[in-house]
Design a protein around this ligand. Sequence first.
Ligand code: ZN
Ligand code: ZN
Length: 372
Amino acid sequence: MKDLHSFAWYAKQISPKLPKKVFKPVPSRLWGGLAYLLIVVAGFLTIGLFQLHPFIYLLISFVLGTSFAAMGFLGHEILHGTVVRKPWLRDFLGAIAFWPLSIGPKLWRKWHNLSHHVNTQHEEHDPDAWPTLERLSKTKLLNWIYHLPHGVRAFGSFASLTLMFTLHSARMFAAYIKEFNPKHRRSVWVQLILPWVFWITLLFIMGPMKWVFAFLIPLLIANAIVMGYISTNHRLNPITEINDPLANSLTVTVPKWVDVLHFNFSYHTEHHLFPGMSSKYYPLVKKHVKNMWPDRYHEMPIGKALVALWKTPRLYYDGNQLIDPREGHVYSTLGHGLDISNITFRKVNKDDALERIIKLSKSKVGQVLKDK
Ligand SMILES: [Zn+2]
Ligand SMILES: [Zn+2]
């Protein structure tokens, strides 16, 4: 395996080639946010004030869901400080953008900026990384899931994308709340509770039927869109001891108009190289990365990435492979032989595999990764 480098190492090589303006915040991104906010308010008023055919409500739900997701993408950008720099304004605007997904800015910054970005694809420290076979052996629920046939599991995991972002954010709240300074803990709670108070109030104002179309269905759609991207961000890549975005991240490609609607969220490798840069400039970063490290960079159309996710298990084996422990089928990851147009596996004895991986100490797993 090629040497791994930190994101700072890459950033240092690319930065001199970029114009200075790319490192400045881009407040004009907020116009897009305002447009989505107006669409959401108009959608709520239409559902709330008019008696329409359920099919029309469903269409509005779809527009609301895509707007919720897009606001989340903007919220992500805002809370990286790439839209405005003033901390109070950044958090205020981030709270509005993440309001439909009910995530508070303080929790998000801790979970995403300070944990996921710093420890990307680290098996223990990345809150968004998927489990290793070693961890599976200790978790009953995961163990049970991996005893289901692959098709059932793949269908279940794709269906669960409609809930996963909301469930994961609740898990993150439970995991991180204790880590906040007691002085700040109250505001983290307030930032969680306020959006939910708003949504529950809306339930009483609109009544349950209209609320399902105005909030619940859009929330499921937004979860599916957001998770459609997030699940492809790192899950076909290996886990890495060194946080190397070219090894552990994937950029997906979508039609240009989708990139416009989603604030270039598809450029995930570029985002991990320059999280403090507005995503407006990621196409430029991509050009340089592809020039400088063409054999390290991973990109593919989002549809292909999702098909590859369907076909492969989500359990790491030796750090750079994926294993289906039920069948003993081992798949490669990106950069280690995974060919998305022809996904194949090799068979291992599952009991031996489990035993071997448990015997490997964590440092040894790291060594395996570095040596290969
Ligand atoms: Zn990421
Ligand atoms: Zn980020």
